[in-house]
Design a binder for this molecule. Structure first.
Ligand code: ADP
Ligand code: MG
Ligand code: MG
Ligand code: MG
Ligand code: MG
Ligand code: MG
Length: 690
């Protein structure tokens, strides 16, 4: 979550009166920052991950794994511990940071300082993650464990799923039938966010995940664990009045979504243009990476027919009114809004020629006045529209003490809207008065059970970003196709059985593409590199930072760092930079997208291997990278399972499972124990890890 401002949060009825004020000054703040930062150039690659954990409390006698609600004490302890630590971890092992998150059982950790472009840093990611986990583990109670699971399988079940127990009857912010007030971080921001979303929307949020129908699941499935007749809060009858769907797992509170964990990565760009290019390139990759990292098949004590969290979070903070959702004619509200404020990206923003206007085919409403203000300030239409679209939302949490700000030296009002538009990719302007540059955050991935996997995905993505920039890859797809991919990505076993829209050719016209022959071999197989460097490098741009191919005497110069500031390809000679796009893409499996089709077509991974071949990496680093890329390769081709598939199979093969879609307390306990054992390396999982 964003910065935790302090003060008195306004209840919704008050807050909404100040919405225009916050928006107006937010835009002023953005324009002031723009003037100072638009020409900022030459920032090096800095990057970092965010790993989120759930702290579980194990009751080994009752055989119950519960969510520990001790976040406040744990964070206090961790911050005093890290504060007291001597310096001298070296650059990459800098003292890590632990942050609060929405759930009172959650922690987030980031490296103490961002990784750099140093190739050595690629090796330290996993160590850094392990170190952070060890540190957290060490400062918990003996029966508590920080676990990187995306969704807790028994969140919101009847009985005891938190430690200590708390009664949902007291859920004054969410009015949930299932989640107690105590599930939420007590900092004023979070209960206020929860209550204000409910009030703005005019009802509780309603989340319905299709149930995985097993051999003995009663049909139609009417969920006996829903307290249908409860009568405490005015919204209690919503469930029986249609909010809860048959054959679905119904959930009714922000905590079901914002209480999930994920793996996020942030990259600093050379300048604002490269950041916009990077943002756009990551948009179509978001659903692909969601499918590859799928790890949340179990919800509120049931097996779902989906593998991912995304739609749950999107619905869990969906503050749109009935008018905005198109259920009633517009009267009080200004816009029909197609998506929740937590959802996939609505528009591409790069001004590069590759970004044809036809790709922005999703109807994204924007605030015309704000758009005009930004335009008059000299901001180009694409960026102006992006910001004016984010600003159709209302600020949800306003602290009365923070209403009046110095718009030259604050970006608080801007961030109020920016950081509550939770999309698959975030374009992050530099903070005020800081050395930090333009950044892009990749947000779709689910957190993995082990740090090996989390590091593998982090390293894969950072290498992929460099590959995209150095090869000038063109990944554009119409936004509506990306959205369709987001839905497909969440389906059960999408990674093996799903098909996804993807570009047939990712090389820009006029760009000589790498020759796929001889076939590239994985870095780790030893016998390969430098495979036919010339062929591969033909497409790789500016390896020496001079825009040349980097070929010298027939041998490539090798880069000693991952870097920013890549040369761009000029527009095509015929000058045509718009036109029909339907012929550009087709449907492919994840295997085809990642690994290519046999020897004839490059997959993304082939291109990453080719990029790695342009780096001056030692054998050790190369082998480690090879291990990481193998995880991606084998996930994509089905050799290895996703955590989602593995968990689903664990439940269905548990001796006490009744084939009724139910994840009992005992099954959940055994599952959590197994995950912890896998994470510690004491339980082998050959179908999960290479
Ligand atoms: P948020 O929660 O707003 O997404 P966090 O502060 O939790 O952001 O995480 C930001 C991530 O960005 C961390 O991994 C951090 O190491 C990394 N980071 C910090 N500074 C930079 C920078 N200048 N460029 C890129 N990444 C950075
Ligand atoms: Mg977080
Ligand atoms: Mg964070
Ligand atoms: Mg955050
Ligand atoms: Mg983040
Ligand atoms: Mg291949």
């Amino acid at each position: 979550m964003g910065l935790l401002s302090l003060g008195t949060p306004l209840p919704w009825e008050e807050a909404k009166k100040h919405a225009d004020h916050v928006r107006y000054h937010g835009i002023t703040q953005f324009m002031n920052a723009w003037d100072r930062l638009k020409d900022r150039h030459g920032d090096e690659l800095l990057w970092g991950d965010e790993v989120e954990y759930m702290v579980l409390s194990f009751d080994n006698e009752e055989k119950n794994a519960k969510l520990s609600l001790r976040q406040t004490e744990i964070l206090k302890k961790l911050s005093s511990v890290v504060h007291d630590m001597p310096n001298g971890f070296g650059d990459a092992m800098d003292i890590p940071t632990f942050h609060p998150e929405y759930g009172r059982y959650m922690l987030e950790s980031t490296p103490g300082s961002p990784y750099t472009g140093s190739l050595q840093d690629l090796l330290s990611v996993e160590g850094n993650m392990r170190y952070r986990r060890r540190l957290a583990r060490k400062h918990l109670k003996a029966n508590e464990i920080p676990m990187t699971i995306t969704a807790f399988p028994r969140h919101g079940t009847p009985g005891v799923f938190t430690e200590p127990y708390a009664d949902p009857a007291g859920a004054i912010s969410s009015h949930s039938l299932f989640l107690p007030e105590e599930i939420t971080n007590p900092h004023a921001r979070f209960p206020t966010l929860t209550a204000n979303i409910r009030q703005r929307r005019g009802s509780k949020v309603a989340i319905n995940l299709p149930l995985f129908i097993d051999e003995r699941t009663p049909r139609p499935f009417v969920d006996a664990t829903i307290p249908w007749q409860r009568n405490i809060y005015p919204e209690d009858p919503e469930a029986k009045n249609g909010a809860a769907l048959l054959d679905h797992i119904y959930m009714d509170a922000m905590g079901f979504g914002m209480g999930c964990c994920c793996l996020q990565l942030t990259f600093q760009s050379c300048n604002v243009e490269e950041a916009r290019r990077m943002y756009d390139a990551l948009v179509p990759l978001a659903p692909i990476m969601l499918a590859l990292t799928a790890s949340s098949p179990l919800w509120r004590g049931y097996i779902a027919d989906v593998d991912c969290r995304w739609n749950v979070i999107a619905a869990s903070v969906d503050d749109r009114t009935e008018e905005e959702r198109g259920l009633k004619p517009l009267k009080e509200n200004k816009y029909r809004i197609p998506k929740s404020r937590y959802d996939s990206v609505d528009m591409y923003i790069s001004t590069e020629w590759m970004n044809k206007p036809e790709y922005n085919d999703h109807p994204a409403p924007f605030d015309e006045k704000i758009f005009a203000r930004l335009q008059n300030h000299g901001i180009d239409d694409l960026l102006a529209k992006h910001i004016a679209h984010l600003f159709i939302r209302d600020p949800l949490v306003i602290f009365s003490e923070m209403l009046d700000q110095d718009d030259e030296n604050s970006n608080d009002h801007f961030e109020n809207l920016q950081s509550t538009n939770w999309q698959t990719v975030r374009f992050k302007p530099p903070p005020i008065n800081s050395p930090i540059g333009w950044r892009v955050e990749f947000r779709s991935m689910e957190v993995q059970m082990t740090d090996f996997e989390n590091a593998a995905f982090a390293v894969f993505i950072v290498l992929l970003t460099r590959t995209i920039l150095s090869l000038n890859l063109n990944l554009y797809l119409p936004i509506t196709k990306v959205d369709e991919n987001m839905q497909r990505a969440q389906k059960r076993d999408a990674v093996r059985s799903g098909k996804f829209y993807f570009r047939k050719n990712v090389f820009p016209p006029g760009q000589k593409s790498p020759t796929p022959s001889p076939p590239l071999s994985p870095v780790s197989s030893g016998a390969t590199t430098p495979i036919d460097g010339e062929h591969v490098l033909n497409g790789i741009n500016g390896v020496n930072g001079n825009g040349m191919n980097g070929i010298h005497n027939g041998r490539p110069h090798k880069d000693t760092r991952l870097r920013n500031c890549f040369p761009r390809v000029p527009p095509p000679e015929n000058g045509i930079t718009r036109g029909p796009v339907e012929e550009e893409y087709t449907e492919m499996t994840i295997d085809e997208i990642i690994n290519g089709k046999g020897d004839s077509t490059f997959g993304l991974l082939d291109m990453v291997y080719a990029y790695v071949d342009t780096l001056d990496v030692d054998e050790k680093t190369k082998n480690k990278i090879g291990e990481y890329l193998n995880l991606i390769r084998w996930r994509a081709d089905g050799t290895l399972k996703t955590s989602a598939t593995w968990m689903r199979e664990f439940v269905r093969s548990h001796p006490s499972y009744k084939f009724d879609s139910v994840v009992s307390q005992e099954i959940n306990y055994d599952l959590m124990v197994a995950i912890d054992e896998i994470e510690r390396g004491v339980r082998k999982a050959p179908d999960l890890l290479p």
